[in-house]
Design a protein around this ligand. Structure first.
Ligand code: HEC
Length: 198
C-alpha cells in the first residue's frame, strides 16, 4: 500500500497511549516513539544556539563591521554545523525575510513559520516529517528579534556597509524587537527499520 503523503502540517500529539500524527488527509498514522534523551538533547542544543547569539549580539558596542559579524552570526552558523556533524542531524536557521538565500524556508518550514508568526505563544513544535527522502522528527523553535539585533537587522538605510555590499538581495531588515525573525529547524532522521504505518 502506498504510504500517505506526509507531513506538511503534521502535528505530534503526545498521549499516554502513544504518539500519533494527524495528517491533512485526516488519516491517523502511527509514528515511532521518540527517544526522550534525543528530544531533550535537541531542545537543549537549540537553546544553547539561541543564547549564544543573544550573548554575542549584546556583547559588542558601536558600529558593526565585518569583524563584528564574525563575532555574532558566524559563530552561530559554525556551532549549528558542529551540532549537525556531532549528532547526524540537519540544523538550520530559516527565515522568510532572509539575508542569505541559503536560509530560505522550505514549504514545511514556511507553514510553521506562518503559524508561529500568527501565534506568538508558540515557542517550539515537534513534527514527524520527511526531508530529502528520509523520515524523522523535526523540531522548530522561534527566533525572536532583540534590541541588539537591530544594528544589523533594523532600518534598511542603517545597515552596516559590509551588509549592504555583501548581501545585494538582503531582505532581513526592518525588524522590531519582539518580531519573529525566523525559525531554527533540527531534523533527526529516524531509524529506517521503524516504520510509522502499516
Ligand atoms: C553584526 C551584525 C549582525 C547582528 C548584530 C545580528 N545579525 Fe543576524 N545576520 C547577520 C548577517 C550578516 C547574516 C547573514 C549570515 C550568512 O551569510 O549566513 C545574519 C543572519 C541571520 C539569520 C539567518 C537567516 C538569514 O536571514 O539569512 C538569523 C536567523 C539572524 N541573523 C538572526 C539574528 C538575531 C536574532 C540577532 C540578534 C540577537 C542578530 N541576527 C544579530 C548580521 C547580524
Amino acid at each position: 500500500m502506498k504510504r500517505p503523503v506526509l507531513f506538511t502540517s503534521v502535528l505530534l500529539v503526545v498521549a499516554t497511549a502513544g504518539m500519533y500524527a494527524i495528517d491533512p488527509g485526516r488519516e491517523v498514522v502511527r509514528v515511532p516513539r521518540p527517544d526522550p534523551d534525543m528530544l531533550a538533547t535537541v531542545v537543549a542544543s537549540v537553546e544553547e544556539l539561541d543564547a549564544l547569539r543573544s550573548e554575542l549580539a549584546a556583547s559588542f558596542e558601536g558600529e558593526p563591521d565585518a569583524s563584528t559579524f564574525a563575532r555574532v552570526c558566524k559563530p552561530v552558523g559554525a556551532r549549528s554545523q558542529e551540532l549537525a556533524d556531532e549528532h547526524g542531524w540537519k540544523v538550520r536557521q530559516l527565515a522568510l525575510k532572509n539575508r542569505n538565500p541559503a536560509n530560505t524556508l522550505d514549504p514545511d518550514a514556511e507553514l510553521v513559520y506562518r503559524m508561529m508568526d500568527a501565534t506568538p505563544d508558540i515557542m517550539g513544535l515537534w513534527v514527524w516529517a520527511e526531508r530529502e527522502g528520509q523520515e524523522g522528527f523535526r523540531y522548530y523553535r522561534r527566533i525572536v528579534v532583540e534590541r541588539s539585533c537591530l544594528a544589523c537587522h533594523g532600518a534598511k538605510e542603517e545597515r552596516p556597509a559590509f551588509i549592504k555590499e555583501g548581501y545585494p538581495d538582503d531582505r532581513a531588515y526592518g525588524f522590531r524587537p519582539g518580531d519573529l525573525r525566523g525559525v531554527y529547524s533540527v531534523f533527526v532522521p529516524a531509524e529506517r527499520e521503524t516504520p510509522h504505518s502499516e
